[in-house]
Design a protein around this ligand. Structure first.
Ligand SMILES: [Zn+2]
Length: 304
């Protein structure tokens, strides 16, 4: 059964018993936001009960940070007024695969649900960085964050200083890179700029604990970059990767060594294709929890 790992008058974070998957419910005066409602039937029912209790006559908005099956499995339990996703998620050529994975999971564990499993149908599509959506006083801004998957995105709720990040900046997972390490690094690099435009102190990752201060998520960002650069260094120079220190930091090696091996395979292919190069002058010590500073702007745009 899921538990509530964070609650304040506006934000409730439900964490599943499986993979510490987070589902976030945000209540503002104007709307209820439900982000990635997940996993077991009773857990999804819990989230739905909370939403039904608090909604009153507010619209319910469902937001999906990306199309991995664990994040979309609860979709049909909700009658949403609007569904938000990236344009890439709507155009995902492998929709059926995501649905199949969810069906596989349920069948493998004899799980029955009171709702069908379907790929989410969107109403609002995020096609570029800085797209905004307003509902009364509630303002949300969306950013494309490819790297983990091609269709990942983040959402920022302005008046709450809250970023819901999808599968980035977890304290229990190093970067799982299914799509592109080049894009993954770009996404991490633009985070301080996103912060400059939007200001958020709290960040909810897809799995693990929320980061409740700027320093906390900046530190996770540095750790994620350090991991990617360490894998790249090992691929480019042939120096063995330091597995022991990885498993000192992340405590679920029995599952995660497969993800690490997949990352190495993907980044090796990227290296062979010339998608990134290694600078022998670069040292991991050069990575710091860079202080937030206003630098390049990311253009914002009102979306509709
Ligand atoms: Zn996930």
């Amino acid at each position: 059964m899921n538990k509530i790992i964070y609650r304040d008058p506006s934000i409730t974070i439900f964490q599943s018993a499986l993979f510490q998957t987070n589902s976030t419910v945000v209540r503002t005066e104007d709307s209820i936001l439900v982000v990635d409602p997940a996993w077991l039937p009773e857990e999804v029912a819990n989230i739905k009960r909370e939403v039904d209790d608090m909604r009153g006559d507010r619209p319910v908005f469902l937001v999906f940070t990306h199309s991995d099956y664990d994040h979309i499995i609860g979709y049909k339990a909700f009658q949403a007024d609007k569904v938000f996703m990236s344009k890439a998620m709507a155009d995902n050529p492998r929709k059926e695969e995501a649905v199949e994975q969810a069906l596989d999971f349920d069948e493998k564990y004899y799980i029955e649900r009171s709702y069908p499993i379907e790929y989410p149908q969107g109403d609002f599509f995020v096609y570029r960085d800085g797209v905004q959506y307003r509902q009364g006083q509630t303002k949300m801004t969306f950013y494309l964050t490819p790297g983990h998957t091609a269709d990942s995105m983040m959402i920022i709720v302005w008046q709450l200083g809250l970023c819901i990040a999808g599968d980035y900046l977890s304290n229990i997972e190093f970067p799982f890179i299914y799509h592109s390490s080049v894009d993954y690094v770009k996404t991490l690099e633009k985070l301080p700029r996103i912060h400059d435009r939007n200001w958020f102190t709290r960040l909810v990752p897809g799995h693990g604990d929320p980061a409740l201060s700027i320093n906390d998520w900046l530190h996770r960002r540095t750790e994620s970059l350090a991991y990617i650069y360490a894998v790249r260094e090992s691929i480019a120079t042939g120096v063995p990767f330091d597995d022991a220190s990885l498993w000192n930091r992340y405590r679920f090696p029995r599952l995660q060594q497969k993800y690490h091996a997949d990352n190495v395979a993907l980044m090796t292919r990227e290296y062979e294709q010339g998608l990134w190069t290694w600078d022998p002058e670069f040292s991991l010590e050069m990575l710091q929890d860079s202080p937030i500073e206003a630098n390049q702007n990311i253009a914002d745009e009102e979306g509709g």
